[in-house]
Design a protein around this ligand. Structure first.
Ligand code: NDP
Length: 227
């Protein structure tokens, strides 16, 4: 049985991924910050999930998680936790601290979490590191505004591309995935697709990824996207 660790699993895409991975017969390690949501707590009824606290921007929290998981192994790490970030993100309004806070969650945390958990993935036959990124960070797009969010995801994509090259000799598949525009607290009610559709697509993709796919930016539908 393969084990998947999902960050930010209290709600939204992370919660739905946790539910669906359990349904697919995976062992799930789900992380939350503060207290787990009622919906995440309810998944404990299954023996296939364990819950752990993780504030992804806090290095001592990351270290605590890695220690708590010592002796276990992880096949798939999904860096899902993310924020839309700074309240004011226009060219005129974006400010340094709020911009940096957005980077802390969306860009730097996935690297720190991946680094801390990497030793637990050594035994996996097909280790995969996924970061839920966004096409809003794609360099080929000419869309405007949302400076903090777009740049944080563009930088996350770049770090994933570099990591893919670095970990390829060790057999790791490393891919950022765009989940679609999804009806969550972040995506809003007007978004294109439901969280169930997004999670279903992401899982179909992740469960078929192998080393030949490493360093590809994928959509939730499994299409290779331009960076
Ligand atoms: P939600 O806002 O619904 O959920 C975000 C999750 O991330 C929550 O569980 C939240 O925890 C967690 N989180 C945020 N900050 C931290 C932190 N510092 N430490 C630990 N956990 C944290 O977002 P979505 O489910 O919509 O988004 C999931 C991912 O998908 C994000 O990376 C997002 O950027 C990406 N994405 C989403 C799109 C969409 O349309 N929804 C489109 C493109 C990309 P808590 O509940 O405690 O706040």
């Amino acid at each position: 049985m393969e084990t998947v660790l999902i960050t930010g699993a209290s709600r939204g895409i992370g919660l739905e991924l946790a539910k669906k991975f359990i349904d697919h017969g995976y062992q799930v390690i789900a992380t939350f910050r503060g207290e787990p949501s009622k919906s995440l707590e309810a998944l404990r009824a299954s023996n296939a999930i364990t819950l752990h606290e993780l504030e992804v921007t806090d290095s001592s929290s990351i270290k605590k998680l890695a220690s708590a998981l010592e002796g276990q192994h992880i096949d798939i790490l999904i860096n899902n936790a993310g924020v839309i970030g700074a309240e004011q993100q226009s060219f005129e309004m974006v400010e340094t601290e709020a911009w940096l806070d957005t980077f802390r969650v969306n860009t730097i945390a996935p690297l720190l979490v991946s680094r801390a958990l990497l030793p637990l993935m050594d035994q996996a036959t097909n280790p995969r590191i996924i970061t839920i990124s966004s096409q809003m960070g794609a360099l080929n797009s000419s869309s405007m505004g949302m400076y903090a969010y777009r740049t944080s995801k563009a930088a996350a994509n770049k770090f994933m591309q570099v990591l893919a090259s670095e970990l390829k000799p060790k057999g790791f598949t490393v891919c950022p995935v765009h989940p679609g525009w999804v009806q969550t607290d972040m995506g809003g009610k007007e978004a294109d697709i439901t969280v169930q559709e997004s999670a279903k697509g992401i899982i179909s993709l992740i469960t078929t990824l192998t080393l030949e796919h490493t360093g590809t930016f994928f959509s939730w539908q499994g299409e290779a996207l331009e960076w």
